[in-house]
Design a binder for this molecule. Sequence first.
Ligand code: PBG
Length: 327
Amino acid sequence: MAEFPDTRLRRLRELPAMRSLVRETRLSTSSFVYPLFITHGSGIKKPIEPMPGCYHISLDLLAEEIQEISDLGIPSVLLFGLPQEKDSIGSEAYDAEGIIQEAIRLIKKTAPELLVIGDVCLCEYTDHGHCGILSGTTVDNDQTLELLSKTAQAQAQAGVDMVAPSAMMDGQVRAIRKTLDISGFENTPIMGYAAKYASSFYGPFRIAADSTPQFGDRRSYQMDPSNSRMAMLEIESDIAEGADIIMVKPALAYMDVIRQARERFDLPLAAYNVSGEYSLVKAASQMGWVDEKPITLELLTAIQRAGADIIISYHAKEVAAWLKNDH
Ligand code: PBG
């Protein structure tokens, strides 16, 4: 490249239309997934305190919410459930009448074109709050695989479009793929939470989902935040087990991992802009310390620039509204 004064990089920054032409990354509503928290009861749309703008929603109010999401042009939702009762084996997760199964049926009736993704994990459903079943005080990997498979199968039978196992058990993608295949759901894709870190950024979600572990933490199954080579191994093994889409989670503190995954693997890559990332932006905005709209768009654009094709974010609705009005 020629140097100054022949090269003046500012030339392409002078006019808004020129800046638009040379823009490398364009956020689009079409790449967003919006997470929802579904609860039992009726008439419930209860604000989740640390996540302003997010709610626990009961089934009778879900259709209205789904209509709004669909009208905004958001292509997909990711479902989390709050069970009636928790027990040691997370029974409601794989109950045919469990909250998520009911929600799936309702959404597919209300907005058949909306892609419904089911989170497959037990932590919202177990009384001890861990992502699998316990043997003593450790989470038993292989016994948990059976229950995760049953959960994925129950969701598929209810009509889910894709399942997303997030429990970080070894072999979970393979186990679920096998179960789906033998029960006639060979065309149901799996989005593996491939590189999921043991992160403090999940704090607000655990308040929202009431899924804080009752003892210990998740470091024996979720990844150590210090590692990125290990993330590549996790992703590689999810792909080998049959994942159709891979994921890095959280997003903002793990942009290097997103970039590395993008360069190394050709499968569609999702990034989960998690609850704590959302809460930080909301809190600082409410304090008047940062300007909410531009800072949100900057962060999400950066996640895409790092290499994510799909962005799972609690900001999806507001971003969709902003992008609509800007055009
Ligand atoms: C379930 C699950 C969690 C999140 C998504 N799926 C919580 C956890 O692992 O503790 C976190 C999402 C968020 O923080 O937004 N295992």
